[in-house]
Design a protein around this ligand. Structure first.
Ligand code: ATP
Ligand code: MG
Length: 269
C-alpha cells in the first residue's frame, strides 16, 4: 500500500481584502500525493491553486483543515518542501550559477561548495553553457530551467511547481515537458504540479485533481493509466484522447454547473 507523502484534508482559506471584503479562496479542499508520485492540479483562474500551494509551503495558514507531510503537520512551517511559485523570477544582477545556489546559501553551504554542486547539475538541466550568463541573455525555456534547478536545490522530497511552463510557446513547452519527464524519472521526487493545460497534465501525471471555479474544491480525481516512460507523442494515443474527453467533460460540468453539489469522486479508466 503506497503511503501519502502529502495529505491535504478539508482545507479552507479565507482572505481579507479591501474595505472589509472577504474571499473564500478554498472550500474544504482535500488531496494527496504519494511517495514518488506526479500529481497535477487543474482548475479555472482564481479557483485557489496558488493559494493551496502557498498553504502547503507554509507561506500562509488555513482557516480549517489539516496539511500533513509524511504524517506530520506542516501548517505554517516554511522550508519543508521545494516550491517554485507562479511568478518565480531570477535576480537580474546574478548569473545563472549565483541565482540557482540561493537555497544552498540560505542553508549555510559555503559558496565554493554551493557553486561546485550547481555546476555539476547544469548539464542535466540543459544549462552547461550558461553558467556565467545573466537572465537577460537566456531564452524563456532556459530561465524556467534555471528557476527549476533553484527549486531542485532546495533538496526537499516534495516539489510544488506552479505553472512552470505557463509563459512558454507551444513548441518550447513541449520540449520542456519532455525534459521534465526525463528529470523526474531520474530523480523521482513527489511532485504537485499546477497547470491550465489539460494535455500537459495528462502527459505528466499519475493522478489529476480537477478543481471547481472559486471557491475552489476538488471536483474529481482522475488516475492516468498511461505507461511510463511517457513521451509527448502519446497525446495522439486512443487512451490519451479518451482521458482528455473525460477531463474536458468534467471541466465543463464544473464551469457551467457550479451550483450543482459535487463531492469526492474517483474515476478510473
Ligand atoms: N493574498 C491575497 N489576499 C487576498 N486575496 C487573495 C490573495 N491571494 C489570492 N487571493 C484571492 O484568492 C482567490 C484564489 O487566488 P489564487 O491565486 O489561489 O488562484 P489561482 O487558482 O492560482 O489562479 P490562477 O490560475 O489565475 O493563477 C482569488 O479570488 C484571489 O483574488
Ligand atoms: Mg495561480
Amino acid at each position: 500500500m503506497p503511503s501519502d507523502k502529502l495529505t491535504v484534508r478539508g482545507v479552507s482559506k479565507i482572505y481579507s481584502q479591501d474595505r472589509g471584503q472577504v474571499v473564500l479562496a478554498l472550500d474544504h479542499t482535500s488531496l494527496s500525493v504519494q511517495e514518488g508520485e506526479f500529481v497535477s492540479l487543474i482548475g479555472p483562474s482564481g479557483c485557489g491553486k496558488s493559494t493551496l500551494l502557498d498553504l502547503v509551503a507554509g507561506l500562509t495558514t488555513p482557516d480549517s483543515g489539516e496539511i500533513l507531510l509524511a504524517g506530520q503537520s506542516i501548517v505554517g512551517q516554511r522550508g519543508k518542501v521545494s516550491y517554485m511559485p507562479q511568478s518565480d523570477v531570477l535576480f537580474p544582477w546574478c548569473n545563472v550559477v549565483d541565482n540557482v545556489i540561493i537555497p544552498l546559501k540560505l542553508q549555510g553551504v559555503p559558496l565554493a561548495e554551493a557553486r561546485a554542486e550547481a555546476l555539476a547539475l547544469l548539464p542535466a538541466f540543459g544549462l552547461e553553457k550558461f553558467a556565467a550568463s545573466y537572465p537577460y541573455m537566456l531564452s524563456g525555456g532556459m530561465k524556467q530551467r534555471a528557476a527549476f534547478l533553484r527549486t531542485y536545490l532546495c533538496k526537499k522530497d516534495l516539489m510544488l511547481l506552479d505553472e512552470p511552463f505557463g509563459k512558454l510557446d507551444a513548441l518550447t513547452r513541449m520540449q520542456m515537458q519532455g525534459w521534465l519527464l526525463d528529470i523526474w524519472q531520474r530523480f523521482k521526487h513527489s511532485v504537485l504540479f499546477v497547470t491550465h493545460d489539460v494535455d500537459e497534465a495528462i502527459l505528466l501525471s499519475d493522478r489529476i485533481f480537477l478543481m471547481s471555479p472559486s471557491p475552489g474544491k476538488i471536483l474529481v480525481e482522475i488516475k492516468i493509466p498511461l505507461s511510463r516512460p511517457r513521451h509527448p507523442r502519446m497525446v495522439t494515443e486512443k487512451t490519451f484522447i479518451e482521458i482528455k474527453r473525460e477531463l474536458m467533460r468534467w471541466l465543463e460540468t464544473g464551469i457551467f454547473a457550479q451550483e450543482e453539489e459535487t463531492s469526492w469522486q474517483n474515476k478510473e479508466f
